[in-house]
Design a protein around this ligand. Structure first.
Ligand code: NDP
Length: 451
């Protein structure tokens, strides 16, 4: 770490003690920027780093709602508007009991670079609540979403800040959120993405993150004259990202054999059955224990039986791995096991799923490693395309959206790869993605003056 970067990080750590995830994310980015700052002293002169690590605005609010038994419940709502130098704030909403300021700040910070990499005009933001939509009735979720939006609508708008879904926020939640936004503002506009295609949503938005993760993996492998056809792949998670990663893997002839959730993990040698998975997770909102009733040939390991708290998924021999559940789910030991068993590619669907130790193992072993801010940018990219369609009052066909998504994922790969080479770390896409995203945002900040 250079003296300047060290000073910025030390100050940040002092001001944000106990924000573990946020400091992990900022450290990784700052460390990779050293060669850029050496070659471009104007960034230090304008204190770009100090400005970049401080959100432009953070909003925290009380969300009061009533459960079905008329009990009053109180949750916390968040929206961190991190950086708007290259476009209106853009980033998802996460509803999960683990949500706190550190997690929202880490996700918002990552979003700045991810959005910049897409080449579209989108700043970085993230939001959410510690509300747990699991085991709530539809009516409870509806009341919560309405209360959450009653405050959030003051801070968003199609030219200001455009939230979308993330963990715990899917089509149902976006519907309730948009309904309340429309009622309170008297506007039907593109202030949210992830809407249903019948009322302003883009085709392929639900599929976009998972599809993009696979397109990114294909691009990384192509550069080494490899592909995924007939290859065994491991996937963690069983939500939106995991489901559509599996769908695309199946479409291109790969064999995804694992899934997991907060209760356990499944290994099915013959390949995961997508139809059963979609029914359980998208319709019945159940757990993977239910999957076993339909597929007794699969192997289920409940979380209590995990050895040393390690997810058994990462011990399954595979050609490529797609961590798609949550942050820090894949450890150094898991990474070593993957490599030992022949894994040559990791494409991250979840945000920051690999611990710093795991990333280190991937880089030292020179495998094709797609860091989340590059590999999972497909979701926000199609959200950007949804914004474009909303502004034009148009709806593009699925072929056009898919083609644009593919192009964006390929461009992200090329730009990250080029930046990694240009700044002395060939093949290191984590450096490349951080640098390419940073330069676009930092130049916009420089051009727009001391604000
Ligand atoms: P979902 O809520 O649809 O699914 C999350 C999945 O991960 C569920 O299967 C959940 O299990 C599992 N999970 C969550 N936390 C844990 C945990 N601590 N241990 C084990 N399993 C866990 O979320 P998404 O699929 O949308 O998001 C997954 C990841 O992808 C997140 O990191 C998100 O930020 C990232 N992402 C999502 C995008 C999107 O478009 N949706 C875009 C870019 C990134 P259970 O079913 O039991 O809750």
């Amino acid at each position: 770490m250079s003296k300047y970067i060290n000073k910025v990080f030390t100050g940040l750590a002092e001001r944000n003690q106990e924000q573990f995830e946020f400091l992990q994310a900022t450290k990784e980015v700052l460390e990779s920027l050293e060669p850029v700052l050496e070659q471009n002293p104007e960034y230090e002169k304008a204190s770009i780093l100090e400005r970049l690590v401080e959100p432009e605005r953070q909003i925290m609010f009380r969300v009061l709602w009533e459960d079905d038994n008329k009990n009053i419940k109180v949750n916390r709502g968040f929206r961190v508007q991190f950086n708007s130098a290259i476009g209106p704030y853009k980033g998802g909403l996460r509803f999960h009991p683990s949500v706190n300021l550190s997690i929202i700040k880490f996700l918002g910070f990552e979003q700045i670079f991810k959005n910049a990499l897409t080449g579209l005009q989108m700043g970085g933001a993230k939001g959410g609540s510690d509300f747990n939509p699991k085991r709530k009735t539809d009516e409870e979720v509806e009341r919560f979403c309405q209360s959450f939006m009653t405050e959030l609508q003051r801070h968003i708008g199609d030219c200001t800040d455009i939230p979308a879904g993330d963990m715990g926020v899917g089509a149902r939640e976006i519907g309730y959120l948009f309904g309340q936004y429309r009622k309170l503002t008297n506007r039907f506009d593109g202030a949210l993405t992830g809407k249903s295609p019948g009322w302003g949503g883009s085709l392929l938005r639900p599929e976009a993150t998972g599809y993009g993760v696979v397109y990114f993996a294909q691009k990384m492998l192509e550069s080494k004259e490899r592909d995924l056809q007939n290859k065994v792949c491991t996937v963690s998670g069983s939500g939106n990202v995991a489901i559509y990663t599996i769908k695309k893997l199946e479409e291109i002839g790969a064999i995804p054999v694992t899934i997991s959730d907060t209760k356990g993990a499944i290994y099915q040698k013959t390949g995961i059955n997508l139809q059963t998975l979609k029914r359980i997770k998208e319709v019945e909102r159940g757990s993977l224990e239910d999957y076993m009733r339909a597929h007794p040939d699969a192997i289920y390991t409940p979380i209590e039986k995990y050895v040393d708290h390690r997810n058994p998924i990462w011990s399954v021999p595979c050609y490529a791995a797609f961590p798609s559940a949550t942050e820090n789910e894949l450890t150094k030991e898991d990474a070593q096991e993957l490599i030992k068993n022949g894994c040559v590619c990791v494409s991250e669907g979840a945000n920051m799923p690999s611990t710093p130790g795991a990333v280190d193992v991937f880089l030292r072993n020179n495998i094709s490693y797609g860091p989340s801010k590059a590999a999972n940018a497909g979701g926000v990219a199609v959200s950007g395309l949804e914004m474009a369609q909303n502004s034009q009052r148009q709806k593009w066909d699925i072929g056009r959206v898919d083609e644009e998504l593919k192009q964006i994922m390929h461009t992200i790969y090329h730009n990250a790869n080029k930046a990694a080479e240009a700044y002395g770390h060939p093949g290191n896409l984590i450096f490349g993605a951080n640098i390419a995203g940073f330069i676009r945002v930092a130049d916009a900040m420089l051009a727009q003056g001391r604000i």
